[in-house]
Design a protein around this ligand. Sequence first.
Ligand code: PGA
Length: 259
Amino acid sequence: MISVKKKIIVANWKMNPVNIAAAKKLFTGIKEIARNLSKVQTIIAPPAPYLSELTKLYKGHRILFSGQDIFWEEKGSFTGEISGTMLKDLGAACVIIGHSERRARGESNEDIHKKIQAVLQTGLTAILCIGESDRDHKDGTHLAFLTSQLESALGGISKGKLSKVVIAYEPIWAIGKSKDDAMKPEELHETVLFIKKVVTNSFGKSAAFKVPILYGGSVEKDNAGTLLTEGMVDGLLVGHASLSVREFGDILRSAQEVS
Ligand code: PGA
């Protein structure tokens, strides 16, 4: 189980860097910083083909490895797909599920639900991504949208299994830009409370309040600390800024400082 006592900082490398040599260099740089940070749970989500080489470079608990997606079947004629067991065998402890870039390429709420079930069945932790594409404060449609994403992804999951779920709130309008385009911390705090309320409605307060909630979307070194403290999140999911040792290292250090 991933503890909410530490700040959880996930590096979502997406389809980067370009080759294994570059991936090893990036990982080694991050490792030197992350291994000394006792209050931060660093999670690295590289492209799956890099996992087996990268896991050889680190043994310990300060850094965990994550997949970026899985397929829900265990094996069979599913060209190009990867199962949870395959990722686990390569050393992954977590899997990102339902990232907006996958949803944009056709992944449905139903697919995401099946993937979450498969992740939990395998004993891995699911990092479930949710987030609206735009916001209209007047009619609150984004809240109904988040509710339906949460309810369809987590419906039918047992309370016990909820301890292996992390929610990453990533408003799509804030992804892949720069620090000034990230969500404002006070707005983030409101949304975090809303997410907790929706999860509480299905699972009860004590289980729901143990689910770590992360924020993702243009997190950089200059806004990481404020998003964590004023946004009241348990961690961050970092895209482009996780591809630079210096930038990501500063984000990890900010997380250590505010913990
Ligand atoms: P970003 O990406 O940090 O580059 O905005 C976040 C994500 O897509 O997970």
